[in-house]
Design a protein around this ligand. Structure first.
Ligand SMILES: [Zn+2]
Length: 144
């Protein structure tokens, strides 16, 4: 599938826009405590790259006012715990269709734009608030 060219207005060679994650229809129940998940944040060496984390407990995601999940990032340092919306998360340990479809779509969207670059690229789609809420750029805009 070929994504519509520049429909989001980002010029070629610049940071790709992530329009897939905000449109993802992912329920809170799809995940449970103990699941290993990843938040896709960029690419590295021609593959998707992100932060691998473990789900700890249900937690309110204040930027979207919806049910979220508290996550533990073993390499997070000061930011070891964040709360994320379910649609940011992808199962690492289970090959479930919902998550695989999303990963394939992200690969089709991102890898053709970045395959010539071998270094790690963080696209900067996510920020963490002072209260430890992980926010996608699309939710940060709509929440204000
Ligand atoms: Zn899944």
């Amino acid at each position: 599938m070929i994504p519509p060219s520049n429909s989001t207005g980002s010029p070629p060679g610049r940071t790709p826009t992530d329009h897939l994650t905000p449109e993802r229809d992912m329920t809170h129940r799809h995940f449970e405590a103990g699941d290993h998940v990843v938040v896709i944040k960029g690419v590295a060496g021609g593959e998707l790259w992100g932060d691998a984390m473990r789900i700890v407990a249900p937690s309110w995601h204040t930027p979207t006012n919806e049910n979220g999940w508290r996550l533990r990032d073993a390499t997070g340092g000061d930011q070891s715990y964040v709360t994320a919306h379910p649609r940011y998360l992808v199962h690492l340990t289970r090959r479930c269709p919902d998550c695989v479809i999303y990963l394939r779509a992200m690969e089709d969207h991102l890898l053709p734009k970045t395959h010539e670059r071998s270094s790690l690229i963080d696209f900067g789609w996510y920020t963490v608030t002072s209260l430890g809420q992980l926010v996608h750029v699309a939710d940060a805009r709509s929440g204000r």
